[in-house]
Design a protein around this ligand. Structure first.
Ligand SMILES: *Cc1c(COP(=O)(O)O)cnc(C)c1O
Length: 462
């Protein structure tokens, strides 16, 4: 399998190269050149298998000869061993035809663990055999950074730097990043928004001298391997609910469009998905873009679902690439408009394709809170605010097909919002109960590329 850039002007890479590279050199994102197809029988055979076995069968066709079957099976086993639930991604029922896919049983209590744990193991095997060292820099709205710290801490071949927006993440998220004692991981509190963190990260990738000097690698959701890891649970959930014999719908709380794009890949591989619903909080650029065809940034407002407080949704570029019939030049032109004017207009044809592929909705702060209260009162389930955005939007899209809403984080990651909505303070799982006592290590930094690059040069192990 070969990987091509969404802007059509970067080298074509193998899976291993795309995984280690992150952002393409033309500023685009890597996607697989073709989408492997699963037959009705292949999909039916997934039903009831252990999560690890489903993961192997879904991802194997994408990785080419990067890993042998034995190595890949071992990577998957190690990646999901720290999870706290034998099903890895269990389903619970919220209503007659509405289910919640709990993606928060990993080591940092958010769905990001599914991809990051896997990437950590893949990097270790790949870099180890090449005798290489890389510097990974990541931008986070909270959960990616925590998951990356957990996945990469202590690994000999990696220095990890995580940029997070100072003062704009929850205390649990911050502590998960600032308390790992390992010297190869570094938390950087940037003076700005998540979009600033993401912009500086992109600047570093586009500064080729720096990129080559420190052997820069990326694990943000722009990394294809992350999208791939997330395709798996669409299959495990849908086959548990009767696919491929009947179609299933999914609603996905969305910020950077990575998780929902994984659903699009699952569908393109042959999984019968009736509706794929984008759920946004009041930072609703994606909902507006799908409704009006105009993708227009207008500032980020902080919400109780901070991991979705995003205006520049990186992975949307992958959806555009498909909607434009994989025309990299067309995507590059739109991204240039975005950079110079803060907006772009999706062509009529591409918009129609996107609307066929994705439904959408938004939840206000009040609606999000009300969804948390309602779920607890009617089912006993405590939702995190991100999952609650999903549940609110999903209820407007219920139909004949079973609806699955992705629960993207554990409620104890966002205890204040949950307590305000329900009067109940969610508690951390026992293995994390001393999180508030561990000592923190963090560096505050200006929103400035040169300062950041100097700091990274100085801190990384030469
Ligand atoms: C990252 C995150 C999201 C958004 O996921 P994307 O893949 O960026 O769309 C939603 N909820 C939580 C809890 C997250 O950590």
């Amino acid at each position: 399998m070969r990987y091509v850039s969404t802007r059509g002007a970067a080298p074509v890479l193998t899976f291993e190269e795309a995984m280690l590279t992150g952002l393409a050199r033309d500023g685009g994102l890597y996607v697989s050149e073709t989408i492997p197809q699963l037959s009705h029988g292949d999909i039916a055979a997934l039903s009831g298998l252990p999560y690890e076995e489903v993961a192997f069968r879904i991802m194997r066709p994408f990785i080419g000869d990067t890993f042998s079957d034995d190595d890949f099976a071992e990577i998957i086993t190690k990646a999901y061993a720290p999870f706290n639930h034998p099903a890895r991604a269990p389903l619970v029922q919220l209503g007659p035809n509405h289910h919640l896919l709990e993606l928060f049983h990993g080591p940092t209590l958010a769905f990001k663990d599914f991809a990051m744990q896997l990437i950590g193991q893949m990097f270790q095997v790949s870099l180890g055999r090449q005798g290489k060292r890389v510097t990974i820099v990541g931008a986070t709205s909270g959960d990616t950074g925590a998951a990356a710290m957990e996945a990469f801490r202590g690994l000999a071949a990696v220095d990890l730097f995580i940029l997070y927006p100072h003062g704009r993440i929850s205390e649990v998220q911050r502590r998960q990043m600032t308390t790992p004692p390992d010297h190869n991981v570094h938390a950087l509190a940037l003076d700005g928004h998540f979009d600033d963190c993401q912009a500086r990260l992109k600047d570093m990738f586009n500064h080729f001298d720096f990129r080559d000097e420190v052997a820069l690698a990326g694990v943000n959701s722009i990394n294809w391997a992350r999208v791939l890891a997330q395709v798996v649970y669409y299959f495990s959930a849908a086959t548990s609910l009767g696919a491929p014999h009947r179609p299933v719908s999914f609603t996905v709380p969305t910020g950077n469009f990575g998780d929902i794009f994984a659903g699009h890949i699952a569908r393109a591989m042959g999984l019968p998905i009736e509706k794929l619903v984008v759920a946004t909080n009041r930072n609703d650029i994606l909902h507006r873009a799908l409704t009006t065809g105009l993708y227009q940034t207008d500032g980020v407002s902080p919400t109780i679902s901070p991991s979705m407080d995003i205006q520049v949704s990186s992975n949307f570029e992958r959806a555009l690439f498909d909607a434009y019939g994989r025309d990299g030049a067309a995507v590059a032109a739109q991204m240039d408009d975005l950079k110079s004017t803060g907006a772009f207009k999706i062509s009529q044809g591409a918009l129609e394709t996107l609307r066929e592929g994705y439904a959408s909705g938004r939840a206000s702060e009040k609606e999000t809170s009300a969804a948390i209260t309602h779920a607890l009162n009617t089912t006993g389930e405590l939702l995190c605010p991100h999952s609650a955005v999903g549940v609110h939007v999903a209820e407007q899209h219920l139909g004949a097909a079973p609806m699955v809403t992705l629960a993207t984080a554990h409620p104890a990651k966002f205890p204040d919002a949950v307590e305000t909505a329900t009067g109940q303070r969610p508690t951390l799982p026992i293995r994390m109960s001393d999180l508030y006592e561990r000592s923190e290590r963090v560096t505050q930094v200006d929103n400035n590329l040169t300062t950041l690059e100097d700091l990274i040069r100085e801190r990384r192990a030469a």
